[in-house]
Design a protein around this ligand. Structure first.
Ligand SMILES: [Zn+2]
Ligand SMILES: [Zn+2]
Length: 307
């Protein structure tokens, strides 16, 4: 491994035969070729020419071969076992299945577990523009919102949908905090802002993760990035709770600032953040730096930290 980013970038081989994006889209922008990719996905194994053609339902062998040949190279490869996906072909099917390209489902708002951290009223999930948003039914306070592709609504009850959303929200914020863009795998940078109410959570301190490659941006609280922290997870486990199954929007230290203290320590103005995570009569006091890396975690009696 080289330490120099420039060396590493140079070491990525240029692809002589790769298609420019517009040509790649043109290749799959054809009903028969999409059917071939869908058939490969349905068959779920390397497929012989004749099996694939039968599955697509095309009797003209020459025509079928023409379309299949267009997909070969970039989207499909031929092996001794038959035709199979290359990664690009699988991505096309994943995009189709996610529903993002051509679906815009509507969902009536519905009540979810938990209560508003401000006023105690019930919480309601809304589905708008491919985002699940959780708001207070009474005062409207935002309890977070994240993208959720339309395909994820299929075959799920409301309860299953919210379980899936809970997992997705953690995954998105934790992956982003670890520096990897959930959309393009580019480099994600994390910044802290003294924030107002206009975006995401109603927080004084907002965490913003922005991809340096595709500019995809995710907002969260400081608490949310701690949901996969080993110390926090084992602290909950010691109290008999599997943190992974707790809806994040029911955790006050995730959706409010009341358990978070931010100071700019030192001459260099570096951030120092403390999050108090209370469970039963104990509290885990977690210290983080401005990159949201955990510096220290200490268990204290809850009464000693006033949480
Ligand atoms: Zn409320
Ligand atoms: Zn990105």
């Amino acid at each position: 491994m080289s330490d120099s980013p420039a060396d590493d970038a140079d070491s990525i081989l240029a692809c002589e035969e790769c298609l420019p994006p517009a040509e790649a889209f043109a290749v799959v922008g054809n009903e028969t070729r999409l059917s071939i990719l869908e058939s490969l996905w349905e068959l779920d194994r390397p497929a012989a020419f004749s099996d694939l053609r039968r599955n697509v339902g095309m009797s003209d062998s020459a025509q079928f071969n023409y379309h299949l040949s267009k997909l070969r190279g970039q989207f499909v490869r031929k092996t001794d076992d038959g035709y199979e996906f290359r990664s690009a072909g699988r991505s096309v099917i994943a995009a189709v299945l996610s529903g993002t390209l051509n679906q815009d489902p509507q969902l009536q708002p519905f009540e979810v577990d938990g209560e508003c951290v401000d006023c105690g009223a019930s919480l309601v999930a809304h589905y708008e523009d491919e985002q699940v948003r959780i708001r207070c039914a009474d005062c409207g306070r935002n309890h977070g919102g994240y993208s959720f592709p339309p395909g994820g609504l299929e075959d799920r009850t409301r309860a299953e949908l919210m379980d899936a959303f809970n997992q997705r929200a953690r995954h998105l914020s934790c992956l982003s905090a670890d520096g990897v863009c959930p959309e393009c795998s580019g480099r994600m940078e994390t910044h802290l802002f003294e924030a107002s109410e206009e975006n995401g959570f109603d927080l004084d301190v907002r965490v913003e993760h922005e991809c340096q490659r595709c500019h995809h941006t995710i907002y969260s609280s400081v608490g949310l990035v701690l949901l996969d922290d080993a110390e926090v997870v084992s602290f909950y486990r010691d109290h008999g709770i599997d943190l992974n199954t707790v809806p994040y929007w029911t955790l006050e230290w995730c959706v409010t600032d009341e358990y978070t203290t931010v100071e700019q320590a030192g001459d260099d103005g570096a951030w120092r953040i403390t999050v108090v995570v209370p469970v039963d009569d104990e509290a885990l006091v977690v210290s983080l730096d401005g990159d949201l890396d955990v510096l220290d975690a200490e268990r204290r009696p809850r009464s000693a930290v006033g949480a």
